[in-house]
Design a protein around this ligand. Structure first.
Ligand SMILES: Nc1ncnc2c1ncn2[C@@H]1O[C@H](COP(=O)(O)OP(=O)(O)OP(=O)(O)O)[C@@H](O)[C@H]1O
Length: 421
């Protein structure tokens, strides 16, 4: 039963990450080029010491590097934007790891620097230079990844790397991966559901696997009706992914990256984070407290920004609700959780719908009586209420003559009762 199922589970994107290069699906040309580059390293004669894998999210760039490390028993050294902020930061992070031999029986090393396009050349001056120096000196293969490698700031880096393009994953392969996950998880799922998930993911396998896990949480049989969740997802563009990026970011820069999305609705993001922080950080009260603390400051900045027309406060609010929220102390280990639509917005929308219905009925009755709606509410409605209570049949007859059919009686009187309570 879904209620007794644990809410937390290992993320399937991690559980089913390819463990061999051959398991990385699609992108055959990219794989061929990448394998040739790795082979050149194995022979000790790479033309370029670094490869820059670029292309859309969820196409396998990071996965192929993880798979290489596992396949060849190499130690994977993962660096992020803050590790390469300056030469000194990079030295601190990698000097030990690169110069020493491996203690765990690894037979080599591979360095992965994810999302180099996220490095800000203005704030992290020296960072790109540090990467170039690392490439020049390295004895181990270095892989960089980027979604957009054509940023002019990356030109020198491009020149130093073997460029390998990854493309969106074709629908047939997305469906195949989803099918094999269902099989391993012993989940029954009609092909049309998998096909709809694949369409919705637009070639992003990470999004597709996350969607499948979201709708399958606590279930062993899926149906078309379960796709409702994805409807919300499409409406919200990819709010699920944005929330996941912020709450599971490995570095403040990664959390901050969502603020560069042109379609980001930051008011909505605030509500979504507010709803979902406790689920993602369930295991640590400290993390929940810290995240809400940052979020409340973001909220204060936003209202001050609007009240005083101080638009410069927006950047503080955005930093607080992304990097601030994700930098809470004592971050619990990353677990997959199903995010929910903000309850506050749902309740407000429901209330609004009810209120609209109420107004429509009252407007009709007032116009038949030739009184204003406020007069109807204050001077007519209370008497109708009493009549209804004293003699229901008589009351209903009067209401019918005022254009209030029986099935709308509840709308008017319930809403009014609620308003008084
Ligand atoms: N080509 C692929 N073959 C098999 N699994 C894949 C492939 N691409 C993505 N995946 C799945 O999606 C998840 C995310 O993929 P990955 O981290 O490799 O994406 P990426 O291209 O590096 O994206 P980003 O640019 O956002 O870092 C992986 O954990 C894996 O489960």
């Amino acid at each position: 039963m879904s209620t007794s199922e644990p809410r937390l589970e290992v993320p399937w994107v991690e559980k089913y990450r390819p463990s061999k290069i051959a398991e990385v699906v699609n992108n055959e040309d990219a794989k061929k080029k990448y394998v040739a580059w790795i082979n050149a390293w194995l022979r000790g004669k790479p033309q370029k010491k670094a490869a820059l894998l670029y292309g859309p999210p969820g196409s396998g760039k990071t996965s192929i590097v993880h798979a290489t490390a596992r396949e060849f028993n190499w130690e994977l050294i993962e660096l992020n934007a803050s590790d390469v902020r300056s030469r000194e930061a990079l030295r601190q992070r990698v000097s030990g790891a690169l110069d020493t031999g491996s203690v765990f029986g690894y037979q080599g090393k591979i360095i992965l620097l994810d999302e180099v396009d996220g490095i800000s050349t203005r704030e992290d001056a020296g960072g790109l230079q540090a990467i170039l120096e690392l490439i020049e000196k390295t004895r181990w293969p270095i892989v960089l990844t980027a979604n957009d490698p054509w940023d002019p700031k990356l030109r020198t880096l491009r020149d130093a790397c073997e460029l390998i393009e990854f493309k969106k994953i074709g629908k047939r392969d997305v469906v195949k991966v989803l099918e094999s996950i269902c099989q391993k998880e012993k989940i029954e799922c009609p092909k049309e559901v998998l096909s709809a998930i694949a369409d919705n993911s637009k070639g992003d396998l990470r999004a597709a696997i996350n969607d499948l896990q979201s709708i399958a949480l606590g279930k062993k049989t899926l149906s078309v009706a379960d796709l409702q969740v994805l409807g919300d997802r499409a409406e919200q563009e990819n709010m699920f992914e944005i929330v996941r990026t912020v709450l599971t970011a490995k570095s403040p820069e990664q959390a901050l990256s969502v603020t560069r999305l042109p379609s980001l609705d930051y008011e909505m993001l605030l509500q979504w984070l507010s709803e979902n922080i406790p689920y993602q950080y369930e295991q640590s009260l400290q993390a929940i407290a810290d995240a809400y603390n940052a979020l409340s400051w973001a909220d204060i900045m936003l209202s001050r920004m609007k009240r005083e027309q101080q638009w410069s406060l927006l950047s503080y609010a955005l930093e607080l609700m992304t990097a601030g929220v994700s930098s809470s102390r004592e971050r619990p280990p990353f677990k997959f959780v199903k995010y929910s639509f903000p309850e506050k917005i749902r309740i407000l929308a429901r209330q609004k719908e009810k209120f609209e219905e109420y107004r429509k009925v009252v407007r009709e009755a007032s116009s038949r009586l030739h009184v204003s709606t406020s007069k109807f509410r204050t001077e007519v409605q209370p008497y109708l209420q009493v009549i209804l209570e004293e003699d229901e049949e008589e009351g209903k007859m009067i209401l019918r003559s005022l254009g209030i059919p029986e099935n709308k009686i509840n709308v008017v009187f319930k809403t009014e009762e609620k308003a008084h309570s």
